[in-house]
Design a protein around this ligand. Structure first.
Ligand SMILES: *[C@@H]1O[C@H](CO)[C@@H](O)[C@H](O)[C@H]1NC(C)=O
Ligand SMILES: *[C@@H]1O[C@H](CO)[C@@H](O)[C@H](O)[C@H]1NC(C)=O
Length: 358
């Protein structure tokens, strides 16, 4: 691990980068402290973040409580991958040393965490949990869409408020650092925040004679976070490897084969480790013990997941609900069925059967 004072990339026909030993986004740790966020107990917050934390205890509580939601979304999106978004227990960096590397995975984590905060705060505003915000005050009177005019009614999610607060709070840290990695984080944070805004839907209710829809009341509602998760997952697949430009003010793509990054693309500097073996240095937990799919041809196949080390097969019996019948009226009754299935799990790196944490 190189520990140099700043993140520096040289662009001399090939790209050479070094980064500082900075690790964490710190505020991620708020999720593990519990609902009573004590601003002074979160390690690594910068002054401005501490200040915002003290001024907005309810917001912090919401952010802390929402952290598990975006981590779950991350784990869902990467459930079939070697890197599965696993967290480190009792570690204030939350995701461990994998964040030291300016990889595609780090890019994704910064994006989805920012998106998660926007989502959480927007929801909390609409539900009246916060004093400083509520429904979008500008969505009143009448407006039009492709189906004609409608009245604003109900509660429109005020995503712009959450966007601004999230940017202020989360970006404060990167704005202090001002090195290459900070620019990368800022870029991915923004891509994540904006992603939430793509999934705002106009929802309407019809009024008028027997539902004739002569009068419509509509409101803007944020879609389920799954949509944002899937979108960012696609952005992860298409993430662009970049280098700092000559002036250190922005990025250019590292290789011609990449497209030019736009504001909505995720960007990263360094290639990822293969995440095959347990490696404390890079923070990879390895794939020993992971379940793989013997018939798949994709990333969850036993070949790819186990990195060629082979796998063990065990018979597991499961109980499932089956032969469900609808009974008039109104119940569904099922039988318990027992089935025996083969579960394949990757061998550990020394070829032995995985016996849990070593
Ligand atoms: C991710 O993988 C690790 C080890 O490879 C495993 O211990 C953990 O349970 C997995 N996490 C999730 C959320 O699937
Ligand atoms: C394994 O992969 C196959 C092919 O992609 C898929 O049809 C099947 O549902 C997968 N099995 C499990 C248990 O995920």
């Amino acid at each position: 691990m190189n520990v140099l004072p700043t993140g520096i990339c040289f662009y001399i026909s090939v790209v050479v980068c070094w980064f500082t030993s900075r690790v964490d986004a710190s505020w991620w740790y708020m999720g593990t402290i519990g609902s009573q966020v004590m601003c002074d107990n979160v390690p690594g917050l910068v002054n401005k973040q501490r200040q915002l934390c003290r001024q907005h205890p309810k917001m912090m509580q919401a952010i802390g409580a929402g952290i598990k939601d975006w981590i779950e979304e991350c784990q869902y999106q990467f459930r079939n991958h070697r890197w599965n978004c696993s967290t480190m227990a009792r570690d204030h960096t939350v995701f461990g040393r994998i964040l030291l590397r300016s990889s595609r995975e780090a890019a994704f984590l910064y994006a989805i965490s920012s998106a998660g905060v926007v989502h959480t705060l927007t929801r909390a505003c609409s539900q009246g949990e916060l004093e400083s915000c509520s429904c979008d005050p500008e969505k009143k009177g009448t407006s039009r869409d492709s189906k004609g005019t409608f009245d604003w009614g109900g509660c429109s999610d005020h995503v712009d408020y959450a966007l601004r607060f999230t940017q202020n709070f989360i970006d404060a840290k990167e704005r202090k650092q001002r090195d290459a990695r900070a620019l990368m984080n800022l870029h991915n944070n923004r891509a994540g925040r904006k992603a939430v805004k793509r999934f705002m839907n106009l929802e309407c209710k019809c009024h008028g004679m027997s539902g004739s829809c002569t009068v419509r009341t509509c409101w803007l509602a944020m879609a389920d976070f799954r949509h944002t998760g899937e979108y960012l997952r696609r952005k992860y697949n298409g993430a662009v490897q970049v280098v700092m430009n000559q002036y250190g003010t922005g990025f250019s793509r590292a290789y011609r084969k990449f497209k030019r990054p736009t504001k909505s693309d995720l960007v990263y500097f360094e290639n990822s480790p293969d995440y095959c073996v347990r490696d404390l240095e890079s923070g990879s937990v390895g794939t020993g013990g992971r379940v793989c799919n013997r018939t798949s041809r994709g990333v969850d196949s036993c070949e790819v997941m186990c990195c060629g080390r082979g796998y063990d097969t065990s018979r597991v019996s499961r109980t499932t609900k089956c032969e469900c019948k609808f009974h008039w009226c109104c119940a569904v009754r099922c039988r318990d069925c027992h089935e025996v299935v083969d579960v394949h799990t990757c061998k550990a790196q020394d070829g032995t059967t995985w016996l849990g944490q070593m």
